[in-house]
Ligand binder design. Structure first.
Ligand SMILES: Cc1cc2nc3c(=O)[nH]c(=O)nc-3n(C[C@H](O)[C@H](O)[C@H](O)COP(=O)(O)O)c2cc1C
Length: 428
């Protein structure tokens, strides 16, 4: 039996037309030889479907330079030009920007090219299990949606559309303090509580109120972002903004007020004493103080070194996210996938280590898990999907990444996440 039969590629079935397939088979010499339908039936389990790409998918079709439906995307990169087309220049620039020359943004991607995957053969990989358990919750996938602020700038349905997509596809997500949607609404859209990412502000009363509200809403974890202490130079944003002919002040106000004025997590809070959102004066004492009020799990996001990882454990942190804010914090040229091993070594299995920055392929996910990460987060890719197509765009981004991840798990001979180990990769 030929090994490359035209079976549906995935459970989405978007580009797949059963009638066309049957017509194709009827015309095929393979059909006359018999056994093809039986072979199809034998392979048409959900697991088998995920293994093979449909030769009928994507053909025929007139697709321009930019996709105009989620189903036309071959990979998650295809969503970026579609987002650029859909967004005003300033909002696209906000999403795209790194800092300074965007070299750390690029380094996050380039870091993956330094790692190779070791293919394993003759292992039964028909059934793949990508579930992961963190803080007592089981997620269908180790791919998490990172906190991204102000998603109303990308689509009016904002975090609500993202949460619905996360629910449909079985992913966990993290809501930003400066999201365009409240945690209560996001939880309702996802059908279960999401993690809450905290920008602390420099007014403890505000910080405490934010934490209490998130905990009351059931957040399984509070994620303190610690990587925005020094200001930043988002040149790509500034350059793109020059092309935007709209009047920004119609919606935005200057300074700190702009960051919270339309952000529902600050509704009803007295922010008159707040001068800074990011906790510029924050030290480990602050982490200790926060640890004292957070009843559940406390996670630090933005750790890049073994020194800080060790310190975090001393302060009772429950998980770390290796992150440079998607190349939007410092222009360090240090990729997150490059920093991951030293953090993993310092943590030595005591708490989960997550990582984000530049994840665009299923192979990237496998490389991070093989380097000791428990899960990974994506930022821009799902926002491209959101900006271009709303909820269906986010769903397709997640579908593609998950499908690619399962494909490379099979090629690496791993049927569950525990089988992805250091032996699955080699580093140059
Ligand atoms: C437009 C934008 C806004 C972001 N807002 C936040 C935020 O509010 N809080 C936070 O901790 N990280 C924020 N991040 C960083 C992401 O959580 C994540 O670390 C990063 O996007 C991962 O890199 P990637 O975009 O290459 O996947 C933001 C990133 C982008 C692109």
């Amino acid at each position: 039996m030929p090994s490359e039969l035209p079976v549906p590629a995935d459970s989405e079935g978007d580009a797949f037309n059963r009638r066309r397939l049957l017509a194709y088979l009827a015309a095929s010499p393979l059909f006359a030889q018999g056994g093809v339908m039986a072979g199809l039936a034998a392979r048409a389990t959900p697991d088998a479907l995920a293994q093979s790409y449909d030769v009928l998918r994507q053909a025929p079709g007139k697709i321009g330079d930019v996709i105009d439906q989620p189903s036309q995307a071959l990979n998650v990169f295809d969503f970026e030009p579609a987002a650029k087309k859909a967004l005003p220049p300033a909002h696209y620039g906000y999403l795209a920007s790194g800092v300074d020359s965007d070299l750390t943004l690029k380094a996050n991607r380039d870091g993956f090219d330094l790692i190779r995957i070791r293919a394993r053969r003759l292992i039964d990989v028909r059934k793949i299990d990508t579930t992961v358990k963190i803080f007592g919750e089981t997620w269908a996938s180790p791919i998490v949606l990172a906190p991204v602020s102000s998603q109303g700038a990308f689509n009016p349905e904002a975090e609500g559309a993202v949460a619905r997509a996360a629910k449909v596809k079985g992913h966990q997500m993290v809501l930003s303090t400066v999201g365009s949607t409240s945690i209560e609404d996001v939880n309702a859209a996802r059908g279960a509580p999401v993690w809450y990412m905290l920008y602390p502000t420099d007014d403890w009363a505000v910080t405490e109120a934010l934490v209490k509200r998130a905990e009351k809403a059931g957040a399984p974890a509070i994620v303190l972002t610690v990587d925005r202490q020094g200001g930043r130079n988002t040149e790509t944003l500034f350059r793109d903004r020059r092309q935007d002919t709209r009047t920004c002040s119609d919606c935005h106000t200057p300074g700190f007020k702009n960051e919270v004025s339309r952000k529902p997590m600050f509704d009803d809070l007295d922010v008159s004493k707040v001068t800074n959102l990011y906790g510029t004066g924050m030290t480990w004492d602050y982490v200790k103080r926060l640890r004292g009020i957070v009843k559940g799990k406390l996670v630090l996001k933005g750790i890049m070194t073994h020194e800080d990882a060790k310190q975090a454990l001393d302060y009772g942190i429950d998980a770390l996210i290796v992150s440079n804010h998607g190349g939007r914090a410092e222009e360090s040229l240090q990729s997150t996938i490059g920093a991951l091993p030293e953090v993993v070594a310092a943590v030595n299995g005591r708490v989960p280590v997550l990582v984000d920055g530049g994840f665009r392929r299923g192979t990237d996910v496998l490389k991070a898990l093989a380097s000791g990460a428990t899960a990974i987060c994506i930022g821009r890719p799902y926002c491209w999907g959101l900006a271009a197509f709303g909820q269906p765009g986010v769903e397709m981004v997640l579908t593609i990444l998950q499908r690619e991840f399962e494909t490379i798990m099979r090629q690496a001979g791993a049927t569950r996440l525990a089988e992805i180990t250091g032996a699955s990769i080699s580093r140059t």
